[in-house]
Design a protein around this ligand. Structure first.
Ligand SMILES: Nc1ncnc2c1ncn2[C@@H]1O[C@H](COP(=O)(O)OP(=O)(O)OP(=O)(O)O)[C@@H](O)[C@H]1O
Length: 794
């Protein structure tokens, strides 16, 4: 039986060999990259190829660099005698028939590392966690999964549901840093199932606080990018988070896993040109989040298309000549445009064509009749001059203007000259204005007549609230409305309009191709089994269209944020319960393939427009075509704190079971109540004490919204460098946050101030309190102005 130190030094040899290989791979990729850079410019094609290669090599180098820390972290010994080393990337032995030296954690061959148990060992004798610091092996933890393993340094407890318990508990006990870390070394079985779930369709992951939803969502992104790289690299993966602070908190996880092609955005970032962080007040956010807003916007667009009244034609006067446009002619033009089924701005040319036809008819009719019958000499001269300028009249001594006109009326020229007339333009704009989403929404939210006319479904009081909230600065709640408007309006400028039309045509064509493929599928009894995969199952119309599209060398994130019509290969939404119905409409448009992972907890919903149930949220988009998974173990919050939070959960959703805490901290939450006027002074003392006590870790002071500014000052005066404000720096040792800001984050230690004030703030106050109570990984102090929050907390 070998001692642990012998084992450690054996592993050190292997790990050192792997680092040698990593250095070799990195050296080769870097040399290749320099070679590509120094290669001559060559043809345009060469340049494109060079850019593509340098991009690919660049991301390869990023991947290799990311693997440096914790390159190899596990080993599986199989019953067959095979030994597999598991790590952040795969490394093959080029000198030995490409035998795997290290297996990527995402590869199927690694799966047992996360799922084998002594009850179901899956052919694994032993699972070993290898701990390293820099390139040095510092220790090992073994799980013996079959009785035959006698030299295990620890045996897996068959009753424990945890995989690699020692390594997991060590990871959970380490101090927080203000940045989320990857958990690739200690993924648990229920988490692994979610991470490796299939790409297709909508997967909803419900889990209480600290169950690893965010961690799982990010590892799933890395897994999907690895497993479906070809498919997802083209369209990219979008990760949506609740606010920029949260996105900064999680932003290091994917790069640490070597993945850089996911875009991390908030809903406020999803409308190009209007990147906003401004939050809307809860009342108006709730109204703006309702689905009915889509109908309101559509009605408003219709209201902005005006028609002359019956019997009161619109008289378009050009050079003193009136061309009447009556209601019937305008209605016919409108119908024609609407029949095109294009969005408003793209249908406008159809309307313009129809109206111009009417005007040209009238003008031609005037010219070919006897244009001089009812015109004064002055007007004749003006027309004659105009037409000559446009080359419409033959020159010649004896040119008879009347005859010339009849012979030379060129409808195209006539149209061009009429179309340039300001009066014609004004009439067209009045009847069918070109609209930008911003202009439309501004009119809707400011012109009382338009909102009253378009939103009869809202109460007078709701309409007033919408108007009063308008400040000229867009809010996050406006972004889905702008996007909805953009969808109904279509592109505004002609170049983008052409691009949008081209893209629609490409997709329509590709859809046609797919339809033909599906249509030509065999209908034999034997072949109609469900598991037969058709082309349409593998690729959707958009992806097929992509294959034709020219290469664009910007990164996916850049392209996606610059182009509203960009659609993603997969969308992951964290804190998905917070999104309004209108925000879901936006996201569904960004993902026509409906390949999505939504993680959240309906008991933590804080946004007034957020969801109470997953079913209610998804029904309008996919009916019941979604699947659910649940995470049940709380890795963050120690049992002592969770017992306290469970009382609040009971008030939110009676009968709901909180997730089971994986550990106890041995520290009971402390509760202090002080006279209201003494609260700031006591908070200052407590913050100072806890800031010192937290050492290398992080402390959060969570306060009610209405006292955020005041108490941030109190804490800042007591603790040097304490962060606060809209986007606080989470890497500072102490940070002051509102309950809403603390969503998704975690800290070693938390001071929670005035929980009842948080609970009473708005319809979702209790949910906010539940969030605040579950942020600490170690200890919690509750400071309240008067009565204790809960009896019996010592
Ligand atoms: N398998 C794991 N191994 C190590 N740490 C883990 C694991 N799963 C989760 N954790 C840790 O538990 C903590 C909570 O995880 P995470 O933030 O993903 O939970 P969550 O469900 O999103 O929480 P909440 O809904 O409360 O924001 C994090 O520190 C995370 O790193």
């Amino acid at each position: 039986m070998s001692s642990e130190s012998d084992e450690v030094s054996r592993e050190q040899q292997y790990v050192s060999m792997l680092y040698g290989r990593l250095d070799g791979l990195r050296g080769r990729a870097t040399a290749e990259l320099s070679r590509v850079y120094v290669a001559g410019e060559g043809t345009a094609q060469n340049r494109v190829e060079r850019d593509v290669s340098s991009r690919e090599l660049g991301s390869r180098i990023v991947q290799l660099d990311a693997a440096e820390d914790g390159l190899c972290f596990g080993r599986l010994d199989l019953e067959t005698g095979e030994r597999r080393y598991i790590g952040r990337i795969g490394i093959l032995d080029e000198d030995n028939d490409y035998e795997p030296l290290l297996i990527d954690w995402r590869a199927p061959a690694s799966r047992a590392f996360y799922t084998a148990t002594s009850a179901v060992p899956q052919g694994v004798r032993r699972r070993r966690h290898i701990h390293t610091r820099l390139r040095t092996v510092t220790g090992i933890d073994d799980d013996a999964l079959s009785r035959g393993v006698l030299d295990a340094t620890s045996a897996a407890d068959s009753a424990s549901p945890l995989v690699g318990e020692a390594a997991l508990l060590a990871a959970l006990a380490s101090a927080r840093t203000g940045r989320m870390r990857d958990v690739v070394e200690t993924i648990q079985t229920e988490q692994d199932a979610v991470i490796r779930d299939e790409l297709r369709g909508i997967l909803v992951v419900q889990g209480g606080p600290g169950t690893g939803k965010t961690a799982v969502a990010l590892h799933r992104a890395a897994y999907l990018l690895y497993t479906h790289r070809e498919r997802l690299a083209r369209r990219g993966v979008l990760i949506v988070g609740p606010n920029p602070t949260f996105l900064r908190y999680i932003s290091h996880v994917l790069p640490a896993l070597g993945e850089t092609s996911a875009a991390l955005l908030t809903v406020g970032d999803l409308f190009p040109g209007v990147s906003t962080r401004k939050a809307e007040g809860p009342r108006v956010a709730e109204i703006k989040g309702r689905t009915v807003m889509a109908e309101i916007i559509e009605t408003a667009i219709g209201s902005l298309r005006r028609m002359p009244e019956e019997g009161e034609p619109l008289n378009v006067v050009v050079d003193g000549v009136g061309y009447p446009l009556d209601r019937q002619a305008c209605l016919r033009a409108q119908e024609k445009a609407l029949e095109s089924e294009e969005p408003h701005n793209l249908a406008r040319p159809v309307f313009v064509d129809a109206i111009m036809d009417t005007l040209v008819d009238q003008a031609a009719e005037r010219l070919t009749r006897d244009p001089f019958d009812d015109l004064t000499g002055e007007v004749v001269a003006a027309i004659s001059k105009d037409l000559q300028e446009h080359g419409l009249v033959l020159d010649g001594e004896d040119a008879d203007l009347n005859e010339s006109l009849k012979r030379t009326v060129d409808r195209g020229e006539l149209r061009r000259s009429l179309e340039q007339e300001p009066a014609v333009q004004a009439a067209l704009t009045w009847m069918w204005p070109e609209l930008t989403p911003q202009r439309l929404l501004t009119e809707l939210l400011t012109a009382p007549y338009l909102l009253d006319e378009s939103a009869p479904g809202l109460t007078e009081e709701e309409r007033t609230a919408l108007r009063e909230a308008y400040t000229g600065e867009w809010t996050v709640a406006d972004v889905p409305l702008l996007d909805e408007a953009a969808e109904l309006l279509g592109a505004f400028d002609s170049e983008r309009a052409a691009r949008e039309l081209r893209r629609r045509k490409e997709i329509a064509y590709a859809q046609g191709v797919l339809d033909i493929m599906v249509g030509s599928r065999s209908t034999d009894e034997e072949d109609s089994r469900e598991e037969i995969i058709s082309a349409a199952d593998i690729i959707n119309a958009e992806e097929l269209a992509d294959l034709q599209a020219e290469k664009d060398l910007r990164t996916i994130a850049e392209r996606a944020t610059a182009d509203r019509t960009w659609t993603f290969g997969h969308i992951i939404v964290d804190e998905a319960q917070e999104l309004s119905a209108m925000a879901w409409r936006l996201l569904m448009r960004r993902c026509p393939s409906r390949s999505m992972t939504l993680v959240g907890d309906v008991a933590q919903t804080g946004d007034a427009a957020g969801a109470d149930s997953w079913r209610g949220m998804l029904e309008p988009f996919v009916g019941d075509r979604w699947r659910a998974a649940e995470l049940t173990v709380n890795y963050r919050t120690p049992r002592e704190i969770m017992d306290l939070a469970a009382e609040v959960l009971e008030r939110i959703a009676p009968g709901t079971r909180p997730p089971a805490s994986v550990r106890e901290s041995g520290i009971k939450p402390r509760q202090e109540s002080v006279a209201a006027e003494e609260l700031p002074a006591r908070l200052a003392e407590l913050a100072r004490e806890q800031d010192e006590a937290v050492g290398e870790g992080r402390l959060a002071v969570i306060v009610p919204d209405e006292r955020a500014a005041e108490l941030a000052q109190t804490v800042a005066a007591a603790v040097r460098g304490a962060a606060s404000g809209e986007e606080p720096d989470l890497e500072q040792r102490t940070v002051v946050l509102t309950a809403r800001q603390s969503k998704g984050l975690e800290f070693d230690s938390v001071i929670l101030v005035d929980p009842e004030a948080i609970a009473e703030n708005g319809a979702r106050g209790l949910n906010d309190l539940y969030v605040a109570l579950t942020r600490a990984t170690r200890d919690l102090v509750v400071l309240e102005p008067e009565l204790p929050l809960c009896e019996g907390v010592g």
